[in-house]
Ligand binder design. Structure first.
Ligand code: GNR
Ligand code: NI
Length: 172
């Protein structure tokens, strides 16, 4: 297992559309394990492969709270097969946009089809924080960030702040 570096805004790779996985082999399982370790270390409740610079349709989540039994979920090639009309608002954050949090509205419940760590097709119903987190991660696989769900003013303000921070780092 390994902790991988997490890429951050304004890294253009965050805008890539990730490629489906053709089969779950040892390398994909290794990637999933490394992503879980990276996510727990951060700490975060979800991580998409592109956040560790791998443009494959792979994500991991665990929304169990501290002190609770861990509930890791490893996902490849996810598809939302149903989303509720009812919406939910959660304050979201992203490991690729550190220390920025905003409310985002998304469907409250979703049904997701995916390949598990053994390459078996699965479907799960998710609601609450898990539903929000899965939608946030699937957005990453499509090059979409949670700030894309905010007003243009807010999005551009955050983007500029991170461009400036990157410039200051490279000027050192
Ligand atoms: O750790 C994370 N917390 C979070 C909180 C609300 C909604 C979504 C998330 S996902 C985020 C980790 C991350 O950036 N995943 O891509
Ligand atoms: Ni994120």
């Amino acid at each position: 297992m390994a902790i991988l570096p997490i890429i951050e805004l304004p890294d253009p790779r965050l805008r890539l559309v990730s490629e489906p996985v053709s089969k779950i082999d040892a390398a994909i399982r290794q990637l999933m394990d490394d992503m879980l370790e990276t996510m727990y270390d951060a700490p975060g409740i979800g991580l998409a492969a592109i956040q560790v610079a791998v443009p494959k349709r792979v994500l991991v989540v665990d929304v169990a709270r501290e002190g609770e039994e861990p509930t890791p979920l490893c996902v490849a090639n996810p598809e939302i097969v149903w989303a509720s009309e009812e919406k939910n608002i959660y304050q979201e954050g992203c490991l690729s946009i550190p220390e920025y949090y905003e409310d985002v509205e998304r469907p409250e419940k979703v049904r997701m089809r995916y390949l598990d760590r053994d390459g078996k097709t699965q479907e799960i119903n998710a609601d609450g924080l898990l539903a929000t987190c899965l939608q946030h991660e699937i957005d990453h696989l499509n090059g979409v960030l949670f700030i894309d769900h905010l007003s243009r003013l807010k999005r551009e303000r955050v983007q500029k702040k991170f461009v400036k921070a990157a410039r200051l780092r490279s000027d050192e």
